[in-house]
Each structure stands twice: as C-alpha cells, then as structure tokens.
Design a protein around this ligand. Sequence first.
Ligand SMILES: NC(=O)c1ccc[n+]([C@@H]2O[C@H](COP(=O)([O-])OP(=O)(O)OC[C@H]3O[C@@H](n4cnc5c(N)ncnc54)[C@H](OP(=O)(O)O)[C@@H]3O)[C@@H](O)[C@H]2O)c1
Length: 250
Amino acid sequence: MKIVVIGGTGLIGSNVVRRLREAGHEAVAASPGTGVDTLTGEGLEQALAGARVVVDVANSPSFEDRAVLEFFETSGRNLLAAETHAGVEHHLALSVVGTDRLTDSGYFRAKAAQERLIEASRTPYTILRSTQFFEFIGGIIESGADGGTIRLSPALVQPIAADDVSAALADLAVGAPVNGIVEVAGPDRFPLDELARKYLAARADGRQVVADIHARYFGSELDDRSLVPGDGPRLGPTRFLNWLSRPARH
Ligand SMILES: NC(=O)c1ccc[n+]([C@@H]2O[C@H](COP(=O)([O-])OP(=O)(O)OC[C@H]3O[C@@H](n4cnc5c(N)ncnc54)[C@H](OP(=O)(O)O)[C@@H]3O)[C@@H](O)[C@H]2O)c1
C-alpha cells in the first residue's frame, strides 16, 4: 500500500520509510528536500495521490515559541486538508509523552495544537506519543548548559531508542486507526540529571551536572510525572546503558 511519510528524510522518518519498504509497501519520503513542503503546501497534492496512510514525523526547523507554533499549526492544517481531498484513510502522527502537561513550554503548546487539529479532522487517526529519544539526550544536556556546568531537573524520564520509536510507527502505520493516543517509552526510568551524567561520562565529557528542581525543560518545570508515560505504554526493547556502550551511537 502507498504510505507517505512526512519528514521522511529525518531521524525517525528515514527509519520508518526503510522499515515500510522492507515490509513491501510503497513508502514515499516527503520533505522540502524531496519537493514536499507542508508549510507552503508545495508538492502535497501530488505526493498524497493514491496514498492510504500518512505518517507525520516532520519537525520544526526552529524551536522558538512563535515559529514552532506556526510550523505545527500551518503544516497540520495544510496536511489534513490535503488528506481529506486525497481520501487518506489513516493519519498517524508522532507527538511527545506529557504534551498535555507541559503547558509552560512553547514547543509543547505547539505539539498540543498539532494534536487538536488531528482530533478535529475528518481523517481517522492515531497519535503516538513517545518519550525522549536517546539520540536527543545530547540536545537536552546542551539546553541546560551554562559554561562548564549543566543544570537539569532530577525529574524521572523514561527515554527510548529512535529505532524502537520507528518500529512502533511502522507497526501502527499498517494497522487500523486507534482514533486516540498510544504511548511508547523505553524500558528504564532515570532521574534526568543522572541520565545526563551517564551520557557525559560515556563521552569523556568532564562537565558537571547540577540537579535543580527549578531547572526548566524547554520552558517547563518538571516533576516525576511530567515526562513518563501512564499505564500500559508500548515499551521499546533497547536499554539505554547498552545503547550508550555501542561506540557508533555517540
Ligand atoms: N526528539 C525527541 O526526543 C522526540 C520525542 C518524542 C517525539 N518527537 C517528535 O518526533 C518528530 C520527528 O523528530 P526527528 O528527530 O525525527 O526530526 P528531524 O530528524 O529533525 O527531521 C525533521 C523532518 O521534518 C522535515 N521537515 C521540516 N520542515 C518541513 C516542511 N515544511 N514540510 C515537510 N517536512 C518538513 C525535515 O525535512 P528536511 O530534511 O528536508 O528539512 C525532516 O525530514 C517530531 O515531530 C518531534 O516532535 C521527538
């Protein structure tokens, strides 16, 4: 079946496209680099012609509050309208565990806006909310960096390998729409400051990590419930410490 992956050249998208092709599907990687731009609408109608499923794993090039809201709102509207026109039967989008809780964060407000547009559209849908990718931990650390010190919340996180998120998406893409939210997370929980120390130690990075309960995560203070899934999430099998010990990964 034809499946269009919006953001199909990115970290998650390229992995999902590969998995779907290996399973025998016609998976199309759609992104500005391949002539499909959800912000302007360019190339969308042609890309979606004959598609049964759309997987949206695009991300905003800017995380600045206004830019990211504009990205997810405008892209969402353009994409969902094009899907209605093309008769797409399933819209599968990737969001973040805790999106509904982190309302002080511009990035999470934008993801919440994306989710609302999906829920209000006529296309049957599944929203997969994932926890933080292992591959994103370096970015989280830099967001808390202040000279030689890194201030991070000690709140619990349950990160997951991008490869495991991609596997869950490839599986959901060929199933029936849930018309609701599914959560996916890694197998282990860590306080965020401890996770950062393990990551830095594996990279022989000597910077100090300071636990600070008021340190903001992309604009929001955290508690132990903020970033972890509720009951019964899908669990990716890859353990963080095993991933960290693979030299090619970091
Ligand atoms: N990072 C995390 O820990 C985490 C956790 C949970 C959920 N998520 C979600 O995961 C999703 C994907 O993240 P990622 O790390 O795989 O992203 P990524 O590697 O940065 O890739 C982003 C993709 O979006 C495409 N894109 C950018 N602007 C576009 C536009 N105007 N129209 C169409 N496509 C556009 C890019 O295309 P070009 O390459 O052509 O620019 C690229 O293919 C995001 O929605 C994010 O919210 C992330």
